[in-house]
Design a protein around this ligand. Structure first.
Ligand code: C2O
Ligand code: CU
Length: 495
């Protein structure tokens, strides 16, 4: 725990959280208020909260668990004894009150990935809250302002890669007239291109994670094949198995539906170190959303998702049994599911549908949804983030610094901020910003709104953020091993 008191800066928000947590966990935090006052964080929450908003209560227990992988017992860490943890489903505008009981042997937190959350509920130990000690408890409570596909995981060490992750789906029952982040507030149809009403869809969820630890022998990669879509190597860790909804290819999950039915796949890359290429044999997929937010729909054969990225895709199902394959991009191995609408032999564990080699939709290259596009404006300030590391160094850095020895990136509420990621390393980095969605810049044109974006080796990529959610917000690589090795800093609101 010593490490937390060595932080170079802490926030007033974190101090306020100590009172809320009430759990007393023996952390001595010495906040140096460089960030917004707790009052500003509370005011931002109040703007999101509707009077009389329903409160959704859930209890989550993080604890060691034994998981069955095709007949093999593996020790994992899990929420409510399952990997992935339970799907949380709320409606847009509701208040989620999630109690977390920590039965792990280590401190933990929950981070609500992609949610525009109040800063003191963001789950970053030492920055937005003290870590929850073993045996401790914390109640997260916040308004959920936007619909879409999200997930949650700890923000401590490598805990996610042990199996602590689960989906958070935010439904929008009344489709029209909802808020969108940075949208121009026009009411009307929000599904461009005539998307169907969500209630008419079979709605299934799929999360895929790399193998959790547990004595199953993760190894360092050999030379590896590499990936042209990722511009280089797929990663440094070879996992013995890849999972789809927590199941290995030898015992794949089956999604049952009817021929002719339209299915919405909510795809979450919950892996720690693996990008996936996803395809459904015999079908094309129409991407309607990425990172929870709508895009101009695009039909493709396969989707590429970096760690932390999500996609919603629609598919009109044929008659039969079809492999849903998530190929470990640039590595060897894959995760597998089966979509069954009729007769037919189940696909083999190594099924390799031709769609995997067809037209690939990369999330950053999708077209923006016109109503969710940030108003045209010049940035008020710009921050360059040079990403380096690998090769000879165990450290991964942003602007030459490794977290916690990081230089915060200052912003003021109301500013338009441009983040320019410059990848000077030989690996891709899925860069994630907490508490906001940014607009990817495709040259001079706006791209999709997202919260996680792949930056390929030697690529320079700019994203624009409307700074409207005061707090201390992590910006980091969602390769968990890069994050742990320091590739993280904060976007820090000033008074
Ligand atoms: Cu899912 Cu800070 O990340
Ligand atoms: Cu990285």
């Amino acid at each position: 725990m010593q490490q937390w008191s060595r932080r170079r800066f802490l926030t007033a928000a974190a101090a306020a959280t100590l009172g809320v947590a009430g759990g007393g966990c023996g952390i001595t935090s010495r906040p140096r208020p460089v960030g917004p006052a707790a009052r500003e964080v509370a005011a931002a929450e109040a703007r999101r909260r509707r009077p009389g908003a329903p409160v959704r209560e859930v209890t989550l227990t993080a604890a060691p668990a034994t998981i069955d992988l095709a007949g093999r017992a593996v020790t994992a860490w899990a929420y409510n004894h399952t990997v992935p943890g339970p799907v949380l489903r709320v409606r847009v505008g509701e208040v989620l009150r999630a109690r977390l009981d920590n039965r792990l042997p280590e401190p933990t937190t929950i981070h609500w990935h992609g949610i525009v959350v109040r800063n003191d509920m963001d789950g970053v130990p030492g920055i937005t809250q003290p870590p929850i000690p073993p045996g401790g408890r914390f109640v997260y409570e916040f308004t959920v302002p936007y619909a879409g596909t999200y997930f949650f995981h700890p923000h401590v060490g490598l805990q996610l890669d042990r199996g602590l992750y689960a989906a958070l789906v935010v439904d929008d029952p009344g489709r029209a007239g909802r808020l969108r982040p940075g949208g121009r507030g026009r009411a009307g149809r929000l599904d461009p291109g005539g998307g169907p009403h969500p209630e008419q869809l079979q709605d299934r969820l799929m999360a895929q994670g790399g193998m959790m630890h547990g004595g199953m022998g993760m190894g360092m990669m050999g030379q590896g094949g590499g990936s042209s879509a990722l511009g280089g190597t797929g990663g440094q860790i070879d996992y013995p198995q890849y999972l789809l909804n927590g199941r290995p290819p030898a015992d794949p999950p089956t999604i049952r539906a009817k021929p002719g039915q339209r299915l919405r796949l909510r795809v979450i890359n919950a892996a720690a170190e693996t990008a996936f290429r996803l395809a459904l044999g015999g079908h094309r997929l129409t991407v309607t959303h990425t990172d929870g937010l709508p895009v101009t729909p695009v039909t493709a054969d396969a989707l590429l998702l970096g760690m932390g990225e999500r996609a919603d895709a629609l598919v009109r199902l044929r008659d039969g049994a079809f492999p849903l394959v998530a190929l470990a991009e640039g590595k060897s191995g894959q995760a597998l599911g089966v979509i069954r609408t009729g007769q037919g032999a189940p696909p083999p564990a190594d099924a390799h549908p031709g769609e995997l080699g067809g037209r690939l939709a990369a999330m950053a290259e999708l077209g923006p949804d016109p109503q969710g596009t940030l108003p045209t404006a010049q940035p008020d300030r710009s921050h360059q983030l040079l990403l380096s590391g690998g090769m000879m160094s165990p450290k991964w850095t942003i602007n030459g610094r490794s977290f916690p020895d990081a230089e915060p990136l200052p912003v003021r509420a109301g500013q338009r901020v441009r983040l320019v990621f410059g990848n000077q390393s030989m690996m891709f980095h899925p860069m994630h910003l907490h508490g906001h969605s940014f607009q990817v810049q495709q040259g001079a044109r706006p791209g999709p709104r997202k919260d996680t974006v792949i930056v390929r080796p030697m690529q320079q990529l700019a994203v624009d953020v409307a700074a409207d959610n005061p707090g201390q917000w992590m910006v980091h690589c969602h390769n968990l091993y890069h994050q742990e090795a320091g590739m993280m800093t904060t976007l820090s609101y000033l008074h």
